[in-house]
Ligand binder design. Structure first.
Ligand code: NAD
Ligand code: UD1
Length: 357
């Protein structure tokens, strides 16, 4: 069995990818420092697949422990590097943490790979590298734009580090860089999903937490943009579909099918959806009424972005398959599983407050 190391494998996208890798017959080693996930993911993955992945509680910044881990498993065929800090707002407040964690973590891995004979790495990048594209849908040849946050900058810097290393002529490392659009939803089993800490910044967790009662209402940031209904447009991609793209990327590297030593792919549906369209679809898909209010624009928001996924469709043979309706239902099933009690209690507390006034 080929071994794949998944850094950040107990996290949101990582855990879904581990499930798909195991379903495809890979032996998976998860490396995670549990800074933004819990060990429970490992049990939940086992419940879905019937196989318990290896788990190593190691920090990517800890070169010595990583070195030991590589040596003890031996023969790792490929790495999928998810481990990173990802909160845009926090990155503005703590830039050094973000540069250290995201950039140094990658550097350690890239330095250790040749020492342990590992040649293949899939890197988690983001459509954030395109900023507000001049042409939509955006394809992989579009220029990158100056990052609007330290987080976004780490993705650009990491892409550049990998590119320079691959092109150095001194390295056998090959890489597939996947630029995700907006991953949402949860596994259909509702065993794994997104676990935001504190108040969510992203749209779908905020919607599901509002629907369950944890938040009073959704704030829609702006309806006066240059879009058909005035709200911003994104390309929301089902997390299981996204996870499958990683398995295809690993297969492609192991079968030595790369056209170039570093390849870039947009992973999106190709369809843009506005905030208001998504809110309406959530209500239709779940039958739950969602209180919301239109408020002012959020600083730094991109107006509209959606992928041209033709390259991934043709070259990888990958395509987003799950409907947005099913994706939103899966997010809702997951929310009910994790927050039903807390949501009901928060609703009761609000009702008590309201009756006092
Ligand atoms: P996540 O926070 O759920 O998962 C990241 C995991 O990495 C967590 O389990 C965390 O504990 C771990 N981690 C962080 N720093 C680590 C370190 N130094 N050593 C070991 N483990 C560490 O995030 P996610 O949404 O699953 O994102 C995964 C990757 O995809 C990240 O690189 C993120 O930047 C990228 N990405 C995410 C999105 C998104 O919307 N979720 C969009 C584009 C790109
Ligand atoms: C954000 C990050 C981006 C990151 C992506 C996925 C910023 C500027 N960008 O992008 O770098 O890759 O998440 O993690 O933060 N919205 C509301 N109300 C809310 C929350 C969001 O109306 O409570 C709107 C936003 O204005 C936006 C859309 O919903 O138009 C999607 O927002 P979000 O989920 O935060 O994703 P991005 O802005 O695409």
């Amino acid at each position: 069995m080929e071994k794949v190391l998944v850094t950040g494998g107990t996290g949101y996208i990582g855990s879904h990818t581990v499930v798909e890798l195991q379903n495809a017959g890979y032996e998976v080693i998860i490396l995670d420092n549990l800074s933004n996930s819990t060990i429970e993911s490992v049990t939940r993955i086992e419940r879905i697949t019937g196989v318990k992945p290896h788990f190593e509680n190691i920090d990517c910044l800890d070169y010595v422990s990583m070195d030991r881990m590589f040596a003890s498993y031996g023969n790792i065929s490929a790495i999928i590097h998810f481990a990173a800090s990802k909160a845009v707002g926090e990155s503005v407040k703590k830039p050094i943490h973000y540069y250290r964690n995201n950039v140094n973590g990658l550097m350690n891995i890239l330095e250790l790979m040749p020492l342990h004979g590992v040649e293949n790495i899939v890197f988690s990048s983001s459509c954030t590298v395109y900023g507000q594209p001049d042409v939509l849908p955006v394809n992989e040849n579009a220029p990158t734009k100056p990052a609007t946050s330290p987080y976004g900058n780490t993705k650009q810097i990491c892409e550049e580090i990998i590119r320079d290393l691959v092109h150095s002529g001194e390295s056998k490392i090959k890489s597939i860089v996947l630029r995700y659009f907006n991953p949402i939803g949860a596994h259909p089993s509702a065993e794994i999903g997104e676990l935001p800490i504190g108040v969510p910044n992203n749209l779908v967790p905020y919607i599901t937490q509002t629907a369950i009662g944890l938040r009073e209402k959704l704030m829609v940031y702006g309806d006066d943009y240059d879009t058909p209904d005035g709200s911003c447009i994104r390309d929301y991609i089902n997390v299981v579909d996204l996870a499958k793209a990683h398995v295809i990327a690993v297969n492609r590297m192991l079968n030595k099918k790369l056209d170039e030593d570093i390849e870039y792919f947009n992973i999106g549906t190709g369809k843009g959806m506005s905030v208001l369209e998504l809110v309406n679809l959530f209500q239709k898909a779940t039958g739950v009424e969602l209180p919301y209010e239109i408020v002012g624009r959020r600083d730094g928001d991109i107006v509209k972005v959606w992928a041209d996924p033709t390259k991934a469709n043709k070259v990888l043979g990958w395509k987003a398959e799950t409907s947005m309706e099913d994706t939103l239902k899966s997010a809702w099933e997951w929310e009910k599983k994790i927050h039903a009690k807390e949501g009901a209690a928060a609703k009761r507390a609000r009702a008590r407050e309201a009756s006092k006034q």
